[in-house]
Design a protein around this ligand. Structure first.
Ligand code: DX5
Ligand code: ZN
Length: 227
């Protein structure tokens, strides 16, 4: 099956002094989603932004805001991010002892709920929550920083998640995050990814944001599922 692949620029690699301009450029270039990385300095060894910045971004784009919470006990903050205008909130299973409950909490706020799998986290964590999930985010690097190298050993995991979603009849997004570029994008799409998160390949591209997005799109236009 040949899926239309969505592109989600990660603003982590944009110039934080000009985030609004970066998002406008990405939107004008045909981005489908804006990926926002929230880090707390505990769950990952880096700190970024919180709800006030998400609220500011909400004003400059009508694209879905896909907010990736790399924070401990995300249940404390999902309401604030929902009020700030997040369309999707993705949490890591290791960050909460109540994954099932926080996914219900997110959906209860009228927001789409996501689960993100670190490189060492098996896809089996999805088993009892797949019905509560609108997005699975497979990390293809260890979270915390942009610009890292893609981990090819994650390809079988992407295919395994594809199988879990299909078996459950789930239309959840299968997004990949980390080291995505014109070389790795066709591989992840061939293994079943529907959404590509890309930071440095878009916002640090010498050729500019528009050319980078169109190159990424072009790289997957012929990719097909292996399944
Ligand atoms: C990493 C973040 C990613 C990051 C990806 O922890 O979750 O979204 O921005 O950056 P690149 O595309 O440069 O690997
Ligand atoms: Zn991310």
């Amino acid at each position: 099956m040949n899926r239309y692949v969505r592109i989600a620029p990660s603003i982590l690699s944009a110039d934080f002094a000009y985030l609004g301009a970066a998002i406008e450029m990405a939107e004008a270039a045909g981005a489908d989603v804006i990926h926002v990385d929230v880090m707390d300095g505990h769950f990952v060894p880096n700190m970024t932004i919180g709800p006030p910045v998400v609220a500011a971004l909400r004003k400059v784009t009508s694209l879905p805001l896909d907010v990736h919470l790399m924070i401990e006990t995300p249940e404390r903050y999902v309401e604030a991010f929902a009020q700030a205008g997040a369309d999707m909130l993705t949490v890591h299973p290791e960050a909460t002892v109540h994954l099932h409950q926080v996914l219900r909490q997110i959906r209860g706020l009228g927001v789409q709920a996501g689960v993100s799998l670190n490189p060492a986290t098996p896809e089996s964590v999805l088993r009892y929550v797949v019905g509560l999930v609108d997005l699975v985010l497979v990390m293809t690097v260890n979270p915390g920083f942009g610009g890292q190298d893609f981990l090819p050993e994650m390809l079988p995991k992407i295919a395994a998640v594809r199988g879990i979603l299909d078996a459950a009849g789930s239309a959840a997004w299968l997004s990949v995050d980390g080291g995505i570029n014109v070389e790795t994008a066709p591989l992840v799409v061939a293994h079943g990814a529907t959404h590509l998160v890309a930071g440095s390949a878009i916002f640090a591209a010498a050729e500019g944001v528009a050319a980078a997005i169109s190159a990424l799109r072009g790289s997957v236009s012929a990719a097909r599922d292996v399944a």
